[in-house]
Ligand binder design. Structure first.
Ligand code: 5RP
Length: 296
């Protein structure tokens, strides 16, 4: 039994100080439960409201992708610079040290390889497994307009139901098929459908024209995928433009781990995303960091 409160100190109820009620820092997330918000705060930096997610889950459908042949050698040195890691449970368990204390976004859908119809995915984990691995979110591909559109939407809504039950956010990834247009009209359609059906945040590709309308018409935060490897200055400019258009961060893979200097690149991307540094300045920073890394 605890002892009775016998302190002689006068009780203080601060009746003149109103209780604080601060809105949560992420768009559309204010009415989520505490656990969800806590997990989202391990993905998005509450200071900037943005995230640099490092995506290394490519192997789930394309095997040992260039730059990811040895995740232990090439990716572990980058972990300290990422806000969050997006990956499969296989790589998480076998390679990532359990002392890693930032957000984990777990790949939760899968099935077909690059040799087959990619939209034919199913849910690829159980919610118990996501809880056991203490993840901050689960990621699911959604193929709006694809051959298995409805199946992929149902994968997503089931994960959303599970996630809501246990306080785990779901990231809906707009998966663009080879023959689909990558324009603002498509991205608005896909992002909005995914958000309406309940995901906590959305990942899309950046489109140079009218990306601000994609962000504006999506009621939850949007992060952009990096896409195919491009010159570093172009990737930094894309990230900058996306942030200026209202994106809440990047979920970038190949443009970081396939860079000539992955550490320099992720550090430069952080400057753009968290500090709003302009592309040219971030590129100069990249070059300086790259030469330091060479000498070191
Ligand atoms: C797979 C994914 C990947 O995580 C993501 O697209 C990869 O990032 P990047 O395009 O920057 O290499 O969602 O579909």
């Amino acid at each position: 039994m605890p002892e009775v409160d016998e302190s002689e100190k006068e009780k203080q109820f601060y009746t003149d100080i109103p209780a604080k009620s601060k809105p949560f820092f992420l768009k559309g997330c204010n009415s989520l439960d505490w656990g969800m918000k806590n997990r989202l705060s391990r993905i998005f930096n509450p200071r900037s409201g943005k995230t640099v997610m490092l995506a290394i889950d490519h192997g789930y459908f394309q095997g040992p992708t260039t730059g990811l042949e040895r995740v232990d050698v090439t990716i572990l040195p980058l972990l300290q610079y990422a806000d969050t890691l997006m990956l499969t449970r296989g790589i998480l368990r076998t390679i990532v040290p359990p002392t890693y204390d930032k957000g984990i976004v777990l790949r939760a859908s899968g099935g077909p390889s690059i040799l087959n119809e990619l939209s034919n995915e199913q849910i690829a984990i159980d919610i118990d497994e996501a809880i056991r691995l203490n993840v901050s979110a689960m990621a699911v591909q959604v193929f709006i307009g694809g051959q298995f559109e409805t199946q992929s939407v149902h994968n997503m809504t089931r994960l959303v139901d599970w996630g809501n039950r246990y306080g785990i956010p779901v990231l809906g990834v707009t998966a663009v098929g080879k023959e689909m247009a990558r324009d603002a009209k498509y991205m608005r359609l896909a992002s909005r459908i995914i958000a309406e059906l309940g995901v906590t945040y959305v990942k899309t590709y950046y489109v140079p024209e009218d990306f601000d309308t994609v962000v504006a018409s999506c009621p939850v935060p949007i992060v952009i995928a990096g896409g195919k490897k491009m010159p570093e200055l172009d990737a930094l400019a894309m990230a900058y433009n996306a942030i200026q258009d209202g994106a809440s961060g990047v979920d970038m893979g190949r443009n970081i781990f396939q860079s000539e200097s992955p550490v320099a690149m992720i550090k430069a991307i952080r400057k753009v995303v968290h500090d709003g540094v302009k592309p040219k300045e971030a590129y100069d920073f990249f070059l300086t960091e790259k030469s330091k890394a060479r000498k070191g």
